[in-house]
Design a binder for this molecule. Structure first.
Ligand SMILES: Cc1cc2nc3c(=O)[nH]c(=O)nc-3n(C[C@H](O)[C@H](O)[C@H](O)COP(=O)(O)O)c2cc1C
Length: 155
């Protein structure tokens, strides 16, 4: 099964999970870049505001998800919501994603982020997984194992 891991990460946590998952599954990887600065206190405040308001943003990415059987998409949780970068990615690639799996990383309050992703994609993902920062390694291991099981039983 040709697999792509797509992620957005502001401070490296989601990136770490994405890299580990891609390695374990022998998948390609694509980082979504948010062209809007999310650095510093102002960037932080704007990030929460934009996520809460359901804003899109200007993004860059490289791979075409339609080349893959499965696209695993990871995002941090911002104010209980999906990040503008991943919202934009999903909106732009809705027609190009055959099958999806989602994960989020957060400090412990996952909110409605994964539900929003499902709504935006308009398709039920194979998996929705929340990873809490303080149990990141265990969460990553669980995620990999659950994905392997699903991939083994999906035609
Ligand atoms: C603007 C902003 C809002 C956040 N809101 C939440 C939240 O609602 N719930 C939560 O558990 N963590 C929240 N966090 C923490 C991040 O989700 C968490 O640290 C995540 O793992 C960061 O991923 P990253 O390092 O890939 O950017 C927030 C972080 C930021 C920057």
């Amino acid at each position: 099964m040709k697999t792509l891991v797509v992620f957005y990460s502001r401070s490296g946590t989601t990136k770490r999970v994405a890299l580990d998952v891609a390695k374990a599954l022998n998948a390609d990887i694509d980082e979504v870049i948010d062209k809007k600065s999310r650095k510093g206190i102002l960037g932080f405040l704007r990030a929460g505001y934009d996520a809460t308001r359901g804003k899109t943003t200007e993004i860059e990415f490289e791979k075409d998800p339609s080349d893959y059987d499965l696209v695993i998409i990871g995002t941090p949780v911002w104010n209980g919501r999906v990040t503008p970068a991943i919202r934009t990615y999903l909106l732009r690639n809705r027609e190009r994603i055959k099958r999806a799996a989602f994960f989020s990383t957060c400090a412990g309050r996952p909110g409605k982020c994964l539900g929003q992703m499902e709504e935006i994609l308009g398709q039920e993902p194979l998996l929705k997984k929340v990873l809490v920062r303080k149990r990141l390694d265990e969460g990553t291991e669980e995620l990999v194992n659950e994905l392997k099981t699903l991939m083994g039983s999906t035609p």
